[in-house]
Design a protein around this ligand. Structure first.
Ligand code: ATP
Ligand code: MG
Length: 507
């Protein structure tokens, strides 16, 4: 059929402003039946906003939306669902305590004689829906007992079931999935495509764009750069389109790393001896030196975050000992750690990170202020200077330092949290997945920044699921598996050996 018959959604001349931000400028976007359409761009480019105006979360200022050839005004997310447009957000917003089946069919349980819930029917139906997506699990178990990937699938199944969707939108669904889980999600997306459903897929992983999408739309600074057949692009071209420039030379980074390794101090800054916590992490021994970046590699759930939490005092160990500057640590609390000069940029920033109603500036100076104690207030002038420094350094896209952080795009909120811990000027910086959700350009900038911090004499623990960035930034690599430290690599390391250690396969 001609392409115009395949159009399910046509957005024309979309304009959307927020105070101080022209988030979308005259953007055209079209979506075909039975295609997987990637939506990419730097943090703050306008991807989520485009989705929000399409799904009735935000109203457009100008422009039109056509669905199946007819102009529509999408009044609310519920209305969008009724129209057949379903969205799955990155944070799975289902109830972990309810069963999988209940989550899938909440609000539309089949009832017996109109009164009580027919559990048998409910479970059978849920099982059927999931099976259609290629997922065969016990639907009577609580959703929370399954992996994020399965939860993601349940969210997709619900989105499809509830609304009889023609369009499925996935906003950064893969950022906390393992490689296998991502593959599983892709299989589901392809299945939906084969059934004529249009899928919009937002991601910062360019390899995923190439792995699964048919077309890709690039946004930059709220404007449309273009829509392309994915097969006509490569990673280099796509990066150029997104950033309007090429990213940092990776060879240059390698040289930087080798050079900076000369400054690693020999005496231990922080020393963990058989440190452990039952049911969390097996006892491990780890030495951190000033001037050194130590990467923690491993799959999700391998125990990387547990190590970070012990070192920072989020959790209290029940085995082994920890010394800093040769002195035993007894006060295992985050406050105690901050006093000792340790900072942890946590993985789950929604829960542990942002304070939504505070401004970007207030969020940035928070840890620094905590380190000084609340009686020695940082002056307003100085707060602005610090905030502006990090807004520039991390390329945070915000109209002013006074913007409430909740109004920033996902990736930019993340950068603010990173800025908070950098501003605290710690001696040891623990970064748990610092580049998750961050665009490719800034990602490279952050990796570079980590190496410069080491050069200034700081110690750094760098946790990431992306092995190539661990390799690029770390002088030494610790591999975690099944909640235990399995081995360490230093010097010239062989990527395959590390991958084997991570997976636990014999070499
Ligand atoms: N409710 C709001 N109030 C004020 N500004 C907003 C609001 N929502 C979005 N913005 C701004 O609009 C711009 C686009 O944000 P959007 O969330 O669409 O970016 P994005 O492309 O999804 O980025 P990311 O990759 O970081 O998720 C950003 O500058 C953001 O700060
Ligand atoms: Mg977004």
């Amino acid at each position: 059929m001609p392409d115009s018959d395949r159009d399910i959604i046509v957005m024309k001349g979309i304009d959307k402003s927020f105070p101080g931000v022209h988030a979308l400028q005259n953007v055209d976007f079209s979506l075909l039946k039975g295609e997987i359409h990637a939506l990419v761009g730097e943090n703050g480019a306008g991807k989520s906003t485009l989705i929000k105006v399409l799904t009735g979360v935000d109203r457009v200022d100008k422009g039109t939306i056509e669905l199946d050839g007819k102009t529509v005004v999408v009044r609310s997310p519920l209305h969008a669902q009724e129209l057949g447009i379903s969205t799955v957000y990155q944070e799975v917003n289902l109830c972990p305590n309810l069963t999988v089946a209940e989550n899938l069919l909440i609000g539309r349980q089949p009832s017996r004689f109109g009164i009580s819930v027919d559990w048998k029917k409910l479970n059978a139906r849920a099982r059927e829906y999931l099976k259609e997506l290629g997922v065969e699990i016990d639907v009577t178990r609580p959703l929370g007992s399954y992996s994020v990937a399965i939860q993601q699938m349940a969210a997709i199944a619900r989105a499809l079931v509830v609304s009889n969707a023609k369009v499925l939108i996935l906003d950064e669904p893969t950022s906390s999935l393992t490689a296998n889980e991502t593959a599983q999600l892709f299989a589901v997306m392809k299945k939906l495509r084969a059934n004529g459903i249009a899928v919009v897929f937002i991601t910062h992983f360019l390899d995923q764009v190439f792995a699964v999408s048919d077309r890709v739309t690039v946004l930059r600074n709220g404007a449309l750069v273009g829509t392309y057949e994915t097969s006509t692009l490569d990673a280099f071209l796509l990066t150029r389109l997104m950033l309007g420039r090429s990213i940092t030379d990776l060879d240059e980074m390698k040289a930087h790393k080798i050079e900076s390794s000369q400054h690693i101090r020999t005496e231990a800054l922080l020393q963990a001896d058989e440190l452990g916590l039952s049911n969390s992490i097996d006892p491990f021994t780890l030495t951190l030196h000033a001037g050194e970046v130590v990467g923690l590699a491993g799959l999700l759930g391998s125990g990387r975050t547990e190590v970070a939490n012990l070192l920072f005092g989020v959790d209290r160990p029940d085995a082994g000992s920890l010394t800093m500057d040769g002195k035993p640590v007894t006060d295992f609390t985050p406050a105690g750690s901050i006093k000792r000069g340790i900072a942890l940029c946590p993985e789950d920033r929604k829960v542990e990170g942002i304070i939504a109603d505070l401004s970007v500036r207030e969020n940035i100076v928070l840890a620094m202020q905590a380190g000084l104690g609340w009686f020695r207030r940082i002056g307003t002038q100085e707060q602005y200077e610090i905030a502006d420094k990090y807004i520039k350094l991390l390329n945070i896209s915000t109209p002013t330092a006074d913007q409430q952080i909740k109004n920033l795009s996902g990736g930019n909120q993340q950068k603010v949290i990173l800025a908070r811990w950098l501003a605290a000027n710690p001696r040891l910086l623990i970064l748990d997945e610092p580049t998750r959700g961050i665009d490719v350009g800034t990602k490279a900038d952050i990796q570079k920044l980590v190496l410069s911090l080491a050069e200034e004499g700081k110690a750094c623990v760098f946790i990431s699921s992306e092995l190539d960035e661990v390799l690029r930034t770390s002088h030494r690599i610790v591999v975690m598996r099944d909640r235990a430290k399995v081995t360490e690599f230093s010097g010239e390391v062989d990527e395959t050996e590390i991958m084997k250690a991570i997976a636990g396969r014999a070499s």
